[in-house]
Every structure is written in structure tokens, then in C-alpha cells.
Design a protein around this ligand. Structure first.
Ligand code: HEC
Length: 183
């Protein structure tokens, strides 16, 4: 409950600063031609083998999203996380996978009360990636952002992709990553 309240407050703050930055910012000057399969703006496609990457941490978002998520990293990202690198190297990719957060009828039968919550079907925006390329994505902290739905189709909503970086700015001191490595 307390955590939820803190999260709501944090989000309020983040959203507020995002709105301000989105309105004022003209950082998105790159407008890549939409290629089939690649997400708009940063031209990122789904990296091969991402589902087998190592786990950075997990997170649950209550509220409207009400999802449960796994944050995974490719080899370079995991290495940077474990070495507590101040800046992630080019080629590092962090993935966020999400599922609906649902009560498990099957498990709750065993407990005799509603106690177990598990990953349900994926929501519309299943997959997000942050790809490090300090030259290509210099205007956005060295990170490219992409979002895909559960069928692997990229989010075509440019405004949504433009909103990614400004909202990650509060995590600048952590190379724009909010998620900390869960040992
Ligand atoms: C409203 C602010 C906000 C927006 C907009 C936003 N993010 Fe995030 N993002 C966060 C926060 C806060 C976290 C960590 C908490 C969580 O996972 O619930 C996060 C986590 C992530 C992570 C896991 C790594 C990390 O930084 O913790 C990825 C990858 C990610 N976001 C990608 C994206 C992409 C791609 C977009 C745009 C489509 C996007 N984000 C838009 C706030 C935002």
C-alpha cells in the first residue's frame, strides 16, 4: 500500500516533468523512414534471442497498467550491470517484457484464499527495448527506444516513442535506466 502510494507520487512527478520536457524539447530531429518490422524514430527491430537473455530484475506496476514485468539484458548489459558501470557500452540492450498481473485460480485453490498472482496473457505493449549506441542515438542519451506488441509488431505511435527518453531522464545518473540489478 505504502509502496503503491510512493509509486503513484513518483509517477506523478515523472509524468509532470515528462510533459514539460516533451513540450519544450526538439530533440527528436531524426525521423527514420518506417521499415517493416522496425519501430519508428530509432529504427530498432526485435533483437534475436532476447527471450533467453539473463534477468536483471522484476517489477510490478499497479494502477492502469497492472502488469508484471521482467527486465532482461544481453551479455553486454548484464556485464555492465554486474560491474556497476557508470555508462553502458555500445551494443548493450535492455529489454522489458510484460504480462498482465492476474490471480491464479489454480494456485489459490491450494492456498484456500487469494494469495497467488502470476503472469497472465501479455498486454498490448508487450515488449520494450533500450539499445545503446552512443553515436547514433547521441541526442537521446546514447539510447534508442522501441516498443512492440505481443504479435511482434512495432508500436507505430511516434508520440509514444518520443515520450520514452524524456521520461527516462530522471534516471540520468544511472545511465537512464531505472531498474537496478537484483542480485
Ligand atoms: C511515464 C514515464 C515513462 C515513459 C513514458 C517510459 N518509461 Fe520506460 N520506464 C519508466 C520507469 C519508471 C521504469 C522502471 C519502473 C518499471 O519498470 O515499472 C521504466 C523501465 C523501462 C525499461 C527497463 C529498464 C529501466 O530503465 O528500468 C525499459 C527497457 C523501458 N522502460 C523502455 C521504455 C520505452 C521503449 C518507452 C517508450 C515506448 C518507455 N520506456 C517509456 C518510465 C517511463
Amino acid at each position: 500500500m505504502w509502496h503503491a502510494a510512493v509509486r503513484v507520487i513518483r509517477y506523478g512527478r515523472i509524468l509532470g516533468s515528462c510533459a514539460a520536457i516533451v513540450v519544450c524539447s526538439a530533440y527528436v530531429t531524426r525521423s527514420t523512414a518506417d521499415t517493416v518490422g522496425a519501430a519508428p524514430l530509432f529504427g530498432i527491430t526485435i533483437p534475436q534471442g532476447y527471450r533467453d537473455w539473463k534477468l536483471v530484475s522484476v517489477a510490478h506496476e499497479a494502477g492502469n497498467l497492472n502488469d508484471i514485468r521482467a527486465i532482461l539484458g544481453n551479455e553486454l548489459a548484464i556485464k555492465a550491470y554486474r560491474e556497476k558501470a557508470a555508462s553502458f557500452p555500445d551494443g548493450a540492450i535492455v529489454a522489458r517484457l510484460s504480462w498482465t498481473f492476474v490471480a491464479s485460480e489454480e494456485n489459490n485453490k491450494v492456498f484456500g484464499r487469494e494469495q497467488s498472482f502470476v503472469a497472465g496473457p501479455p498486454p498490448k505493449w508487450y515488449l520494450q527495448f533500450m539499445v545503446k549506441d552512443s553515436k547514433k542515438y547521441a541526442a537521446t542519451g546514447g539510447w534508442g527506444f522501441a516498443q512492440f506488441d505481443k504479435d511482434g509488431k512495432p508500436s507505430a505511435d511516434k508520440a509514444q516513442i518520443e515520450a520514452c527518453f524524456p521520461c527516462h531522464v530522471p534516471a540520468k545518473s544511472n545511465d537512464y535506466l531505472f531498474t537496478h540489478y537484483a542480485p
